[in-house]
Design a protein around this ligand. Sequence first.
Ligand code: ADP
Ligand code: ZN
Length: 710
Amino acid sequence: MLDQALGILKDVFGYDAFRGNQAAIIERVAAGGDALVLMPTGGGKSLCFQVPALMREGLAVVVSPLIALMDDQVATLAELGVAAVALNSTQGPDEQREIAERVRRGEIKMLYLAPERLVQPRMLAFLQRLPIALFAIDEAHCVSQWGHDFRPEYLQLGQLAETFPEVPRIALTATADMRTREEIVQRLHLQNAERFLSSFDRPNIFYRIVPKEQPRKQLLAFLGVRKGDAGIVYCMSRKKVDDVAAFLSEQGFPALPYHAGLPNDVRALHQKRFLNEEGLIMVATIAFGMGIDKPNVRFVAHLDLPKSLEAYYQETGRAGRDGLPADAWMAYGLQDVIFLKQMLSNSEGDERHKRIEQHKLDAMLALCEEIRCRRQTLLAYFDEVLPQPCGHCDNCVDGVQTWDATEAARQALSAIYRSGQRYGVGHLVDILLGRDNEKIRAPGHQHLSVFGVGKGHSEAEWRSLFRQLVSRGLADVDLEGFGGLRLSESCRPLLRGEVRLELRRELVSKVSKPAASAASQLVRSDEKVQWEALRALRRKLAEEHSVPPYVIFPDATLLEMLRSQPSSLSEMARVSGVGARKLERYGEAFLAVLNGESAAVEAPRVVSDLRHELVSLARAGMTPAQIAGQLSCSEKNVYSLLAEAIGRQQLSLDQALDLPEELFGEIQDAFLDGEGELPPVASIAGQFAGRVPDGVLHCVRAALQAELEA
Ligand code: ADP
Ligand code: ZN
């Protein structure tokens, strides 16, 4: 039986081996048994029912909660040469009748349905007269009333057990928690199902959480090295979504907003564009969620804190379904904490419910301030033990420094107490640093004993300290008032000197120092041209077939073509993801691109892309040396491109260079010394030899020139 399954895997899907539990699950279902499959996003759930569907006689019925999900799978199967259709409410009566007719004649192998349609008596009667291979219930957690994806229609699916006792049923979900699992078994009558539980680790995702300083600048730095990648940026509010999307577009990053306040058709259009186009950024509230099956989402960035680890795991999990490197990045600050606590205290619901929510938020905050491996902490929350630190998160890679913050924390708490427990962090920091200003003088705070005791630490350090005090519950935020800080019960042992406090030290990084990303190294710079050519061909074919590009071939398959350089159809057939049908349809065209006969495809826009990327990297605060490293070109080239961009007024001199004021004055004087025209760089270069690279002079000259012409 396994041989048959492997044959289908290779011939139809073009893959060589099963992953994880796939083989065991397929064996179970193909033999007629029930199964409950718990597997993380990207784990490969679809094959678990698609392969047995092809092994067994009759029609496979797949239940799915969203039309978008169904369409995606049907398109993917159609490309593989499998007869699959979806029946849904967007089709007219004639079309529906025709589909039913084809099903009756046995021409269809897989039928995708919404649950409410499946349980209609007429539909059930119709199916009872047909041979049925299996029922697959996708996104089975929708049956759980506790989850946020609850669909009442799912509750009725329990009756399948009685109506079709002979037909195997397989339920699948990426939701990990125990309670949901038990509910699925109960409500779907899956007591006899074998359970297949996979690890919920997403090894290809790199996790990074940074303190929020200048969030937009930080976001730009993060995105700067990911030009051309598709990703999601999550924000808390609709307004912020609109603002950030507009901001990114201005900065040259193609971005679209998505939130529940947009008209339905706009939302649908944006979602469709996100799926069909490459390199789009979706800026969204959490309304953008289930149904996003796009496999090559390369990053998920959070500009605001999710309210639980469940939400964080699910949202970040939308990155890297295809198994290729992906990034989860988040900036978080004290304001996030205050905001979420405020929401919580204003929310409806009983005390017990609020306590649970508070508990969840605390777990989220603990992950942010975590000093050990992020992945170990995250998985531990879902009761999974990762024995070793992962080596693939910020804490593992950068290392975390801690410091003994006991004394500083006591000073901070004392500042809160002595100023009357009603001031916000800005004011408290002013007190500690001994800043003499109007706001301090008015209440006479310059006379407090703590005034100026904290000069040994910087403002940033104090802010970080206050944030960590609140995150750890050692200080509270006054939620009724204006967000002033108060002491909490739990800070007493610390004040009495009974415990010590060890806190993480923020890396004193220049905001803009971009984290090297695993994802941006997907293709090396020498592979870029061919990679773009392959992607361009895929885009063209996708447009011709009206499907998203990844339905033609996933990125992993293109990447393998790039690396293995097949030179014949038989070599092409060995590439993972190239099944018989796709080989026949597309093999020649992709071979032609690999052989350099890519005339059919538009030339990649390498040079203009480079310029564009350079401008955004500079705006994000990278130094010329860093940019040179990023773009794999010489520093000299970077300087001349910077000078060009300054001349075109795409960059200010400040954005391009971090030049000390005095030095700038000196260079400026040298240029403006004579009359009339600015002298060429060569004529003053001698004067600055050994002090600054000539490139700097070029940049200053370009700036002066632009000013003179303005
Ligand atoms: P899930 O539904 O669990 O999120 P999918 O079924 O969409 O995951 O699979 C994720 C990706 O992994 C898809 O691109 C799929 O083609 C690929 N995939 C699944 N199983 C295998 C396998 N055995 N070998 C290679 N690729 C696989
Ligand atoms: Zn780690």
